[in-house]
Design a protein around this ligand. Structure first.
Ligand code: GUN
Ligand code: ZN
Length: 431
């Protein structure tokens, strides 16, 4: 029996190469995307794909736009229920608002329900791949990985490690950090589409001994990922400087322990020194740009042009709940808006926003052979953006004439309510 083939028919848009260095965008106004066994086997004009697979079942999705599944490079699972706390900056937001909620994950029943809310939040917003900042509790990570496996999403995550400056319930010891991380990583790394991520919260909450443990775990389990926070705001950076007097920069506090590598993603980097950008570029590390969070908690505006010029890879992150929700489209809009407000800001185009929301995220995670665009043999992870009848976005899309106009309107106006369907490995997951 030959594999069943299905063709998705509609307006297809993806960015298989970087629109920062060339045209980037590829669009099919009446496109066909053929899927077998969850993988893309053909893409192009519908008539041509139809010709290749005359017996395939056709799903007509011509009322909206089909994009590759979104990639969220930075989002906190324990913070799914505390979005929207106005009036804080990073350090008091953590102390008064966020860490008390994170302490509630000591209760695994609470943690499991939260994991379900969190994963549903990703899916409903079209995010099919996420690098997730986990919990400080190993049991909360067990239930998270169970739920993540059941969700079918591509999730990279790990136990969050800290041993100072937070609150006692959230602190571990180097020995416990080592044992719990290894045991979680051995069980969950490379199980289905899950990957393990070594995750010290940030240098401000970590002793050198904890950072050494991170290095040790990565040595024992090559192929695991690494994530943390970097250069988010001035008060934080000043504290890190005091805690690590030997370091010339925040980045060096990680680099000293071998933690800046090709499988590393650092969130924010709003205030990098040139030497830090050079360091990140030379190791092929990536940055998660989280523009909603940077505005919401008053961090500042991301030096996007400096990242581009230094050749540092970057994609988008929502940073829930420093951020304002699970929408990667909104992050694209916010990246555009904040760059406009900067005197030397980079004027982003619609194809660049699409690239940042999809393929750039895949490259940041070294997953560009698996996801990020409609390339042959990639996973059929797709988002169907179709605004409800009578909505203002529907009216705009009806009058849009070019792919750039359609994409511009989608990034400017679309929200969760406009994500009509999400396909993961070729299967509908929303309805
Ligand atoms: N730095 C350390 N922890 C956090 C966090 O939870 N959110 C953000 N935005 N920055 C952090
Ligand atoms: Zn964060």
């Amino acid at each position: 029996i030959g594999a069943m083939t299905r063709i998705i028919r509609g307006v297809l848009m993806h960015a298989p190469s970087s629109p920062f260095h060339g045209p980037g965008l590829e669009a099919f106004s009446d496109g066909g995307l053929a899927i077998q066994g969850g993988r893309i086997v053909a893409v192009g004009a519908f008539v041509e794909v139809r010709g290749q697979y005359p017996d395939a079942e056709v799903s007509d999705l011509r009322e909206g736009v089909i994009l590759p599944g979104f990639v969220d490079l930075h989002v906190h699972y324990p913070q799914a229920r505390i979005i929207g706390a106005l009036g804080y900056r990073l350090l008091d937001w953590l102390e008064d608002h966020t860490l008390p909620e994170e302490a509630r994950l000591a209760d695994v029943t609470y943690a499991r329900a939260l994991a379900k809310d969190f994963l549903r939040g990703l899916l409903k917003n079209g995010t099919t791949t996420a690098l997730v900042f986990g919990s400080h509790f190993a049991a909360a990570m067990e239930v998270f990985f169970e739920e993540a496996l059941a969700s079918g999403l591509r999730i990279l995550a790990g136990l969050v490690l800290s041993d100072r400056n937070l609150r006692p319930e959230l602190h571990t010891t180097p020995q416990r950090a080592y044992q719990e991380s290894l045991s979680l990583a051995r069980k969950w790394h490379e199980r289905g589409k899950l990957r393990y991520v070594v995750t010290p919260r940030f240098s401000l909450s970590c002793s050198e001994a904890i950072l050494e443990v991170c290095q040790q775990i990565q040595k024992e389990l090559p192929g695991t990922f690494f994530t943390s926070h970097l250069n988010e705001m001035p008060e934080e950076i000043a504290t890190v400087r005091k805690l690590f007097p030997w370091a010339d920069s925040y980045c060096q506090t990680y680099d000293r322990f071998g933690l800046v590598g090709g499988h590393a993603v650092f969130a924010h980097n709003v205030y990098p020194q040139d030497a830090e950008l050079e360091c990140l570029a030379s190791y092929r590390s990536a940055v998660a740009h989280c523009p909603c969070s940077n505005a919401f908690i008053g961090s500042g505006i991301f030096p996007l042009r400096r990242h581009l010029e230094a050749g540092v890879k970057f994609g988008l992150g929502t940073d829930v709940a420093g951020g304002t929700g699970f929408g990667i489209l909104k992050e694209g809009l916010m990246a555009y808006l904040t760059q406009r407000l900067l005197p030397e800001g980079y004027l982003l185009t619609a194809p660049q926003l699409l690239y940042l929301a999809t393929r750039a995220g895949a490259e940041a995670l070294s997953l560009q052979d698996e996801i990020g665009d409609f390339g042959i043999d990639k996973a059929a992870d797709l988002v169907y953006v179709k605004p409800p009848r009578g909505s203002s976005l529907e009216a705009v899309l009806r009058h849009a004439e070019t792919p750039e106009q359609v994409l511009g309107a989608v990034f400017t106006m679309a929200s969760e309510a406009d994500i009509a369907e999400v396909f993961v490995d070729g299967e509908e997951r929303l309805m």
